[in-house]
Design a protein around this ligand. Structure first.
Ligand code: ISJ
Length: 429
C-alpha cells in the first residue's frame, strides 16, 4: 500500500523560498513550471510505458488503479497536492510510445502556497528517508552538482532535413489546393544536436524559463522544452485551453508592433488559426455545458515568435461526459488542428506520409494530473528529446500549412521556432 503525504512548507524553508527551477538536483527530474508556479518531481514511485492508439485509456487505467491503492494524507487540498503523475504522450498512434510517471517526491507551488508530497510505502514516507528527498534538500542547500553547460553544439539534419521539409510543405500545399477536402496540414521536421558534454536538463530548463516566462517549461523522461500552448487545464469543473496557430517572427528589421498588426490582418494566418480554434471547441463541446471562445484572437509575443492566440474556457457538465476523466478529455482534444490539421484523421495520414518520420512525443500532450482529475497539459512544442547517451538531442518544429502557404516562408518559420531550444543549448546562464 502506498501513502501520499502532503505538507505545506513555511517561509524560511529553502524549499519554500527559492525558485522552483533553482531547486532541481542533478537527477532525472520531472518538471512543469510557469513563472513562479508549478510542480517538480523526483524519484519514481511508479512508471508505466504505454503505446498504441489506446494509450490515453491505458494511462487512465494505470492511474486509476494506482490511486485506488494510495492512502492520501493531504491537508493542503489544492490542484496538484496529494499524489500526482506526470505524463508525456506520443503524437501518433503508431508506435505511440508514451509514459506516465509517479514521482516519489513532489514540490508544488501555486499562488504563494508551497507544498511537499512524498509518495511511498508506509515505512519510508513518515521517516522521509527516500534518496529523492535527500537530493531535493541538498539542492535547496546548494549542495547539488552545479548546472553544467553542454559546451560546443554541432547540428546535423534529422530524419527530415530542412530541404526535405520545404519539399514536403510544397507537396502539402499542392494536395490542399487539389480540392481534396483537406483544409490544413501541420508539418514538422527535426534537427539533431550533438554536444561536447552531456546535456544537463537543468541547463535547458533554466535558460528556457529565463527567456520564455510566458511559456510552460517542462521535462518528462528526457523531453525538455518551453511550450506556449496549453492544450487542457482542468480545475474542478473548469477547463481551459490556449489555442495558438498563425505565427510571425522578427526578421528583416521589422518590429514586433508591425508584425503583430500584420498577423492580425493576415487572411492566411487567420485561416490557420480558425482551423485550430474550431477543432478544440468541437472536441471540448460534448463534455461541457458552457463553452466560451472569443470571436477575435489576440497576439502573444514571445522572444522568438508572435502567435495568434485564443483562450477557450468551459465548464464540464454534470452528465457522464462531463464527469469524464481528464485523460479521456485529452484523448478527445488531441491532436488539435494546431499540430494535426483539418480534417484530423486525413491530416494525420498526410503527416505520416509527407514527414516520413516518427514525431515521438513532440506535439503530443505533456503535463501532470492529480487524483481528483485536476491537471495541466500543454502541447509539447519548442522542445528536444534528449538522447540516451547524454550528449545528443533531437529538436523539432513545425508549421501549419494551408492553401496560401509559401514553402520558403514555412521553412523559415520552422527555423525560427527551432531557435528557442538552440539558443537554450548554446547560451550561458
Ligand atoms: C507546430 C508548432 O507550433 C504550432 C504551429 C503554429 C503555426 O503554424 O503558426 C503556431 C503555434 C503552434 O500551435 C511548433 O512549434 O513546432
Amino acid at each position: 500500500m502506498l501513502t501520499a503525504r502532503t505538507r505545506r512548507l513555511a517561509p524560511g524553508d529553502p524549499l519554500h523560498d527559492r525558485a522552483l527551477v533553482d531547486l532541481l538536483p542533478d537527477t532525472d527530474v520531472l518538471s512543469w513550471v510557469r513563472g513562479g508556479d508549478g510542480i517538480v518531481g523526483l524519484g519514481r514511485a511508479a512508471r508505466f510505458d504505454i503505446s498504441g492508439s489506446d494509450r490515453f485509456g491505458a494511462a487512465r487505467e494505470h492511474w486509476r488503479r494506482l490511486c485506488q491503492g494510495v492512502r492520501v494524507d493531504d491537508p493542503v487540498r489544492l490542484p496538484g497536492s496529494g499524489p500526482i503523475a506526470f505524463a508525456s504522450m506520443a503524437f501518433d498512434d503508431d508506435p505511440g510510445d508514451s509514459v506516465l510517471v509517479v514521482p516519489e517526491v513532489v514540490l508544488g507551488r501555486r499562488a504563494g502556497t508551497t507544498w511537499l508530497t512524498t509518495i511511498g510505502t508506509a515505512e519510508d514516507v513518515p521517516s522521509g528517508g527516500s534518496a529523492a528527498l535527500r537530493d531535493l534538500r541538498d539542492a535547496a542547500a546548494s549542495r547539488a552538482a552545479p548546472v553544467r553547460s553542454p559546451g560546443r553544439v554541432d547540428y546535423a539534419a534529422g530524419q527530415l532535413s530542412a530541404a526535405g521539409y520545404r519539399t514536403a510543405v510544397a507537396e502539402a500545399v499542392h494536395r490542399i489546393r487539389a480540392a481534396s477536402g483537406l483544409g490544413k496540414i501541420v508539418l514538422a521536421h527535426d534537427l539533431l544536436a550533438s554536444t561536447e558534454q552531456p546535456i544537463d536538463a537543468r541547463f535547458l530548463l533554466g535558460n528556457l524559463a529565463a527567456k520564455y516566462p510566458a511559456c510552460w517549461t517542462f521535462v518528462v523522461e528526457g523531453l525538455v522544452g518551453a511550450t506556449p500552448e496549453l492544450l487542457l487545464e482542468r480545475t474542478d469543473r473548469e477547463v481551459r485551453s490556449r489555442v495558438l496557430a498563425g505565427s510571425a517572427w522578427p526578421h528583416d528589421g521589422r518590429g514586433p508592433d508591425e508584425l503583430a498588426r500584420e498577423l492580425l490582418h493576415s487572411d492566411k494566418n487567420r485561416d490557420e488559426h480558425e482551423h485550430a480554434v474550431r477543432s478544440v471547441a468541437a472536441s471540448l463541446g460534448p463534455f461541457c455545458d458552457r463553452l466560451r471562445s472569443p470571436a477575435e484572437p489576440e497576439v502573444i509575443r514571445l522572444h522568438n515568435m508572435l502567435h495568434l492566440a485564443t483562450d477557450i474556457t468551459g465548464r464540464l457538465d454534470g452528465s457522464a461526459a462531463g464527469r469524464a476523466d481528464l485523460l479521456d478529455v485529452l484523448a478527445a482534444v488531441h491532436p488539435t488542428a494546431a499540430v494535426g490539421g483539418t480534417p484530423t484523421e486525413q491530416a494525420v495520414r498526410e503527416i505520416r506520409e509527407l514527414e516520413g518520420m516518427d514525431r515521438g512525443r513532440y506535439a503530443g500532450p505533456v503535463g501532470w494530473l492529480d487524483a481528483d482529475g485536476n491537471g495541466q497539459f500543454g502541447i509539447a512544442l519548442r522542445c528536444a528529446q534528449l538522447g540516451t547517451d547524454g550528449a545528443d538531442a533531437r529538436l523539432f518544429a513545425g508549421c501549419g500549412v494551408v492553401a496560401d502557404s509559401d514553402p520558403d516562408s514555412e521553412a523559415a518559420e520552422a527555423a525560427a521556432k527551432l531557435r528557442a531550444v538552440q539558443e537554450a543549448l548554446e547560451s550561458g546562464r
